[in-house]
Write a new protein. Sequence first.
Length: 141
Amino acid sequence: MARPVVGAALTEAILPLLPPGAEGVMRFGRYEFGSIQIDDVTYEHDVVIDRGTIRKRKKKPSRRFRSSYGHTPLSAAEDIPWNCRRLVVGTGAHGALPIMEDVEREARSRHVELVVAPTAQAIENLARDSERTNAILHVTC
């Protein structure tokens, strides 16, 4: 398995993010400010990884909190993939995505380990231990 590089770009991290018994692995290619490559597909928006399925993060429910944070935060009002043991949140290239306290409370109440780190480090964290792990990855700031 290739080891991801911390910084502006990551190369080929092969991550088994699928549920036990499922075939295949998720491959992270290049990550740089504004885009991330997963399984040879480039995404130019935040992504949610839920049991091996990739979808666009829908920020609209959190936009009402933007003025309090100067940036649209991650809030429990969003469709967060809680069906996991661990949720990794990539907070962007510079770690600027705010995580609201209600997300932390919800994680505790669901007994989900919440791991928050800049996106490059979040991807490395996923590479080390991805079993029963979902993720939200912010691709810009």
